[in-house]
Design a protein around this ligand. Structure first.
Ligand SMILES: Nc1ncnc2c1ncn2[C@@H]1O[C@H](COP(=O)(O)OP(=O)(O)O)[C@@H](O)[C@H]1O
Ligand SMILES: [Mg+2]
Length: 161
């Protein structure tokens, strides 16, 4: 299915950009009129994915993080977060709850959070090349059909003239 709207951001893996990334996605997704809870879930999941790029993908350098958001007519939102960092040797193992290579200060629950706060999570990675995390979430779209809305509006204006 073709996306009705999409955006792409590329930003350096500085920790200040984690808050920026989740705010930018929330602002963009708002056009689908999601619930407050749905937006909060997306923000949480995005924080985890972006933090992983900052902390794990580029542990001792600053690299690019590419974030792509696509919106679909059905209310489906896909968010892809890609890095060109160190990559993950065993994705299945990395996704297990409590697994971490980050030592004491990491919980090992990032992927579990992404999984439970979205409807679908896909992770692909190549050691030495980077990692791509795609999350999918269906939001409510209380605003109704965006395809029909502009037409209805212009009809209304025509009548008034
Ligand atoms: N973008 C990434 N690049 C490289 N390794 C990653 C990336 N994301 C996750 N990982 C690996 O997967 C492990 C589990 O990630 P996560 O569930 O978020 O837990 P945590 O970040 O607390 O370690 C990390 O410890 C790390 O080894
Ligand atoms: Mg993490």
């Amino acid at each position: 299915m073709k996306a009705i709207n999409e955006m792409k951001l590329v930003f350096p893996s500085r920790s200040a950009n984690e808050a920026y990334a989740r705010a930018a996605v929330a602002a963009f997704v708002s056009q689908l009129d999601p619930t407050v809870d749905e937006l909060a879930d997306l923000r949480t999941a995005i924080s985890e994915a972006v933090t992983n790029c900052i902390v794990h993908a580029y542990p001792d350098r600053i690299g690019d993080i590419t974030l792509t958001v696509r919106l679909y007519e059905t209310g489906r939102v896909t968010v892809k977060i890609r890095d060109k960092g160190c990559g993950i040797e065993d994705v299945g193992l990395a996704m297990e709850p409590l697994y971490t290579t980050g030592g004491e200060e990491r919980s090992g629950l990032g992927f579990s959070v992404m999984e439970s706060f979205t409807d679908r999570l896909k992770v692909t990675s190549k050691p030495g090349k980077g990692t791509s995390v795609t999350m999918e979430k269906l939001v409510a779209r209380r605003g109704g059909d965006t395809e029909k809305a502009p037409e209805a509006k212009s009809k209304g204006r025509a009548k008034k003239r």
